[in-house]
Design a protein around this ligand. Sequence first.
Ligand code: PLP
Length: 403
Amino acid sequence: MANGIGELLPPPRLMLTPGPSNVDPRVYRALATPLVGHLDPWFTEMMGDVQGLLRQVFQTQNRVTFPISASGSGGIEAAVVNPLEPGDEAIICVNGTFSERMAIIAERTGARVMRVEAPYGRAVDPEDVRRAGKGRKVKLVGITHGESSTAVANDLNAFRRVADELEAILVVDTVSTLAGMPLDVDGQRLDICFSGSQKAISAPPGLAPITLNERVEQMLRARKTPVQSWYFDLTTTMNYWGKERTYHHTAPISLIFALREALRLVVEEGLSARWERHRQNQQALLAGIEAMGLEPFVETPAERMITVTAIKVPAGVDDRKVRQQLLDEFNIEIAGGFGPLKGKIWRVGLLGCSSTKNNVLLFLAAFEKVLLDQGCKVPAGAGVGAAVRSYAETSAVATGGKK
Ligand SMILES: *Cc1c(COP(=O)(O)O)cnc(C)c1O
């Protein structure tokens, strides 16, 4: 069939999923930058720019801060297999697919893993972690900042306090929150924090930025056994991203160029302005959804993520048909639920470049049209109207009520 294969011409999709998000033209241009060898002095110097930008976005001074050559799941893997050795005790907070993935990876290290669970749609209760860890020698507490499979956010400061009491390190999955929701690695004393390039950073998928502090570096130096994974062994990858720049594996050069440009965009916008943009757009989305008579899946407002919103699929409506029509008729992609939530929720991501007023208003209008076609009675124009009012209110707040 080789002769029949034509040029790649993907449809112009609007990606409103929990990742990948839409990518800025500047980042596409960076992706097309001519290659330079991954050990070329020009490249190894440029790597320092990327590390400096990542430190700004994570808000940390940590020496060990760099992008792992892997998707977000590789970030989970690295964050867990490096500190844990067989026989260690760990607590993993599980309230969705991604935190469960962290528990599964931790279990494979031979550590004794206690899962502290919360029902899907709820945040984990830090008291449950305190109880589970009482009288034990817990080395690590793992948690997601935003569990994007359910759109639930956990309050990291509360888990920091409990981890302090247990004298454990805190490992935080910020794959779907970094650069979209307030996070301060040094200020909140997060020992290991990792993310993904394709979510609120809006670079292509394939890189997992990670940062870890001095305490974790010491923990790695004190290991009695080698890290079970060669590829994700940070004690060796650190040498490529450290002063030595020694070969470990061939870095995904083009992806690093793209990440650098995406991080430059984050820093140009400013973290506070970026968080506020994400907040205002989600508020408008929620106002629209509720005005249409739909319900957010996460009932407690304080437990909602800002970057991903889950909506309950109303009774009698076919989740898949709605998503398919949004794609076919409007080129808009949203996500469904995983596992027990399959068919029960939609997940709408407003991440990075995808978080704009235009996208919120377009989505609400398209969603209304599709729901009406699928036999779901929604009041005409209510969603867009409520979103417009929400913007009028939030911009009044943003400008202090002045013009
Ligand atoms: C998307 C996501 C992941 C997994 O990232 P991949 O890039 O798909 O491997 C992990 N954790 C959270 C919270 C996520 O949102």
